[in-house]
Design a protein around this ligand. Structure first.
Ligand code: SIN
Length: 302
């Protein structure tokens, strides 16, 4: 990647913000209907850069939903509070008196369902004067940096993802006055869990990415949590190495659109005493899969 705008786009400008992932897109007003060729270029920029950012947008919840629907169907999240009248728009709100925020561990969205989120679109309504940045990590690079031996092991594994502990804890915290953000709700969906390959193939780029995360991934299939923990802990530490990461500074009107199939993100909780108000829509995805390849490390040692 270079710091120059990527030049093969005709309708938008695309400027990478780090060597790992992330690009800022210019030349488009997301509140307006977008021509199919503009949508196609945004989609290509997303697949190439994994997370894309837009500045100075002025979006109502309806306009954010319309933008999201250009890329897929919208997910209704039963844990998060919703923007009134918009069940597909999650309200991520931290008030000055709140201590906790949402998303302050590395994770990918909704991995506890059989069809985890394709992408998420987060729009900043109000941001603190400093802090509240979001970090993103490139799961292709995290996979590619592993040794052939580790790749071989991981390509043979699946892992269980569960919402139970994280969201039950969050919902309980939300009932303590002043201790939590955003009013997490109890939901029967807390019982959802799913098994996914530990390495997944991205259906559009064809590249393989690491797909375990510290919030929802509990154990490898066929192993206990205790047996799984050492390798999972290693992977959770590995996947957020600085060279795999970018960091985004929000302004009011900024919008981030990330691909959950090949990234993780982390919302930094360093702005106590200030308000941060974000609206999020999430795109439904497909069941993760892993493509076997003739040049797999697994095949090479077989
Ligand atoms: C999240 O979607 O996990 C929250 C991200 C953020 O608020 O920056």
């Amino acid at each position: 990647m270079t710091e120059q705008p990527q030049s093969d786009f005709r309708h938008i400008t695309v400027k990478p913000i780090s060597g790992a992932l992330g690009a800022e897109i210019g030349g488009v007003d997301l509140s307006k209907p977008l021509a199919p060729e503009v949508v196609a270029e945004i989609r290509r920029a997303l697949v190439d850069n994994l997370v894309v950012f837009f500045r100075d947008q002025d979006l109502t919840p309806d306009q954010q939903k319309t933008f999201g629907r250009m890329f897929g169907d919208l997910h209704v999240n039963s844990f998060f509070p919703q923007v009134p009248g918009h069940e597909e728009v999650q309200l991520l709100l931290k008030e000055p008196q709140h201590k906790n925020n949402i998303g302050d561990r590395w994770h990918t969205d909704v991995s506890y369902t059989r069809r985890p989120a394709l992408g998420s679109i987060l729009y900043a309504k109000e941001v603190p004067p400093y802090g509240g940045d979001t970090m993103f990590a490139n799961m292709y690079l995290a996979y590619e940096a592993l040794s052939d031996g580790m790749k071989t092991v991981l390509r043979g594994l699946r892992a269980f993802h569960s919402a139970r502990e994280n969201f039950a804890k969050r919902a309980a915290e939300a009932e303590l006055p002043g201790s939590a953000s955003g009013g997490f709700q109890h939901s029967d969906d807390v019982e959802q869990e799913a098994s996914h390959p530990v390495i997944r193939t991205h259906p559009e780029s064809g590249r393989d990415a690491l797909y375990v995360n510290s919030v929802f991934t509990k154990n490898f299939e066929g192993m206990t949590r205790e047996e799984s923990a050492p390798l999972l802990q290693y992977l959770f530490a590995h996947l957020s190495k600085p060279e795999f990461v970018c960091r985004f500074r929000w302004q009011p009107g900024s919008l981030a659109f990330w691909d959950n199939r090949c990234t993780q993100h982390f919302a930094i909780n360093d702005y106590h005493g200030f308000r941060r108000h974000m609206n999020r829509v999430t795109l439904l995805g497909d069941a993760p899969f892993l493509t076997e390849r003739a040049d797999d490390p697994a095949h090479a040692v077989a």
